[in-house]
Design a protein around this ligand. Structure first.
Ligand SMILES: Nc1ncnc2c1ncn2[C@@H]1O[C@H](COP(=O)(O)OP(=O)(O)OP(=O)(O)O)[C@@H](O)[C@H]1O
Ligand SMILES: [Mg+2]
Length: 209
């Protein structure tokens, strides 16, 4: 089995704009017939909705996700292997081309989570790490009425680049892009750039002209 749309990890400290960007990517990427095949997987809320919860931490007002259950749930949607570009993998690309565009196993997941090393490397075609000035993060999280302790922890994690380090140790360097997420103009230009990258990924595999 092969996937016909790439899977993209969008990660970053809470408040960096992952969900906003992921939503924009899925809305902006459209096929010629107007369909939107990319799927936004907002992992935290999905895990809670599906009861993939290993434990709850009242002090931090957070849950520990049962990652095995979450990955089992997403496994078939993530699609099979990614075909290589058409010159190297004509058979894989032909299989991907024969797949119905709305197949549930097409891939095309935008995996939105503040941690990223849980996703199997074989699922992932691109890793987007969002970064943001820590004072701005503080303001964004204050608006959500998070506890000061939780805001401080996230603020410090952003200063130390914890999520970027995690991405760099989990995925090939060439699959990772690190983008600033401080203004709405940046968000829009990142969404455009990633949509262009998805089209190029499909064109290299003969899936779009
Ligand atoms: N690039 C940006 N420019 C301006 N505002 C932004 C930008 N990115 C996000 N925001 C704003 O910051 C807030 C947090 O964004 P969002 O909910 O997308 O973050 P998140 O990374 O998904 O957070 P969490 O990990 O907690 O789910 C929202 O109010 C959003 O509108
Ligand atoms: Mg979010």
């Amino acid at each position: 089995m092969v996937r016909s749309f790439p899977n993209i990890v969008v990660t970053g400290t809470p408040g960096t704009g992952k969900s906003t960007l992921s939503g924009q990517i899925c809305e902006a990427f459209a096929l010629a017939d107007g369909r939107h095949p990319m799927r936004h997987i907002n992992a935290g809320p999905l895990a809670i909705q599906k009861h993939f919860v290993a434990s709850r931490d009242a002090e931090w007002d957070s849950v520990e996700v049962d990652e095995d259950a979450l990955l089992d749930y997403l496994e078939s949607m993530s699609g099979g292997v990614a075909p290589d570009p058409i010159e190297e993998d004509p058979e894989g690309c032909a299989q991907a081309r024969d797949m119905p565009l709305d197949s549930d196993t097409r891939g095309g997941l935008v995996l939105d989570w503040h941690t990223c090393d849980a996703w199997p490397e074989r699922w992932v075609d691109l890793v987007v790490v969002l970064r943001c000035n820590h004072e701005l993060i503080w303001k964004r999280l204050e608006k959500r009425h998070y506890s000061e302790k939780k805001i401080a922890e996230n603020n410090e994690a952003e200063i130390m680049g914890v999520v970027e380090d995690e991405a760099r140790s989990a995925y090939p360097q060439e699959a990772i892009i690190v983008l600033p997420s401080e203004t709405s103009d940046q968000l829009e230009s990142h969404a455009e750039r990633i949509v262009a990258w998805i089209h190029a990924w499909r064109q290299q595999r003969g899936l779009e002209s």
